[in-house]
Design a protein around this ligand. Structure first.
Ligand code: 5GP
Ligand code: MN
Length: 344
């Protein structure tokens, strides 16, 4: 592993840089990518952000969105390959295992570029030459902010960069509510507000830009697709492909849905199963005293954070859910009694 000095030296002259992030980017993934990209462009580098897939419509306001290449899109794919081939540096943001970027993973593994990984997820894979990694960080955006400051360029953080970084911190802390909302989060956010991020506008863009279809879909899901197992402190949604089609679901429409299950009194473990073209996508959320990331990694090929993780399954929707319930029954001792409950 190289030291920060090597990265500083590499960035001391104009470079061809690619920034990439995980599949179906969320606000932290896209915000850290575009925040860093806008900064590096200001420093005179040629920067391309490549995402492995599309992302929610409520993130498209970020500066630089129009230049993002979607590797899964026919029109962008070839261009992205060309950029990757020429890249001298590749920044991998908000993921730490290469299977989170689909086919891009193998290209990164084989690339001759200097690979930098900036992330806050557990158990990083060893694929980068330089890693800025901390699970104590609430968001990758927090780490990108700290990197820019460390590079002596705090004054280059303008309102656009600040807005990108603010968005990721806001969403990864669940609107400054999750246990990762540290003093440092507030200190960083204070600086971002000072630099011009508009907290109200960003919250509006991300949380209050529902389509009517999405709102109806949420109502439908809560009414018809929520399963509650009080005896297991468990609640979960099961959403079929047909349901998604009926409500003309867009990328991002299921985001946040799982939190309604967790918000139920007495529920400590919540999940969302959604049937996609390439299998069942699973989101897990838990209360502070329950850890879901190891469960997701052990049984659903996924991972994430202690209280927010994800995974996938290639079984049918029904079989996935049956398997999940029996796993929760089997491992409830480990799941529900492994962590001390913090007291106020
Ligand atoms: P979400 O449920 O919002 O998709 O993801 C919650 C958290 O788990 C995020 O931090 C995300 O990066 C992580 N995560 C989601 N799906 C996967 C997965 O398939 N593999 C891994 N390693 N992490 C995931
Ligand atoms: Mn993140």
């Amino acid at each position: 592993m190289e030291a920060l000095g090597t990265l500083i030296q590499k960035l001391s002259s104009p470079r061809k840089i690619v920034i990439t992030t995980h599949v179906k980017p969320d606000a932290d993934a896209l915000g850290s990518s575009l925040g860093l990209s806008n900064y590096l462009i200001k420093k005179g580098h040629e920067v391309t952000v490549i995402t492995p897939s599309d992302y929610p419509y409520f993130l498209t306001w970020m500066k630089g969105n129009d230049q993002v290449l979607d590797f899964s899109k026919e029109g962008d794919h070839k261009k992205a390959l060309g950029k990757l081939e020429k890249a001298e540096l590749i920044f991998c943001l908000d993921f730490s295992v290469l299977n989170r970027v689909n086919e891009l993973g193998e290209l990164i593994r084989q690339s001759k570029a200097f690979v930098v990984n900036i992330d806050h997820h557990q158990d990083p894979e060893d694929f980068a030459q330089y890693r800025l990694w901390s699970t104590a960080a609430a968001a990758t955006c927090e780490l990108v902010y700290e990197l820019i400051v460390e590079l002596g360029d705090k004054n280059l953080i303008d309102k656009h960069i600040a807005a990108c970084l603010y968005a990721g911190i806001m969403t990864d802390t669940g609107g400054f509510r999750h246990p990762n909302t540290t003093k440092n989060v507030h200190l960083v956010v204070a600086e971002l507000l000072e630099a011009g991020a508009d907290a109200t506008a960003i919250a509006n863009l991300i949380y209050d830009s529902n389509s009517l279809n999405r709102l109806k879909f949420i109502g439908f899901a809560i009414t018809k697709r929520l399963v509650v197992r009080e005896d297991l402190h468990l609640a979960y949604f099961v959403i079929s492909k047909k349901d998604l089609k009926k409500y003309q679901s867009q990328t991002g429409d299921t985001e946040g849905l799982v939190n309604y299950a967790l918000s139920l009194d007495g529920v400590k473990l919540a999940a969302l199963f959604s049937e996609r073209e390439d299998g069942v996508k699973i989101s897990f959320r838990s209360s502070v005293d329950v850890a879901v990331n190891k469960f997701a990694a052990a049984h659903f090929g996924g991972g994430g954070h202690k209280n927010a993780a994800g995974g996938k399954s290639s079984l049918s929707l029904k079989k996935t859910v049956t398997r999940f319930e029996s796993l929760v029954e089997e491992y409830q001792e480990d799941l529900f009694h492994s962590i001390e409950v913090p007291t106020l």
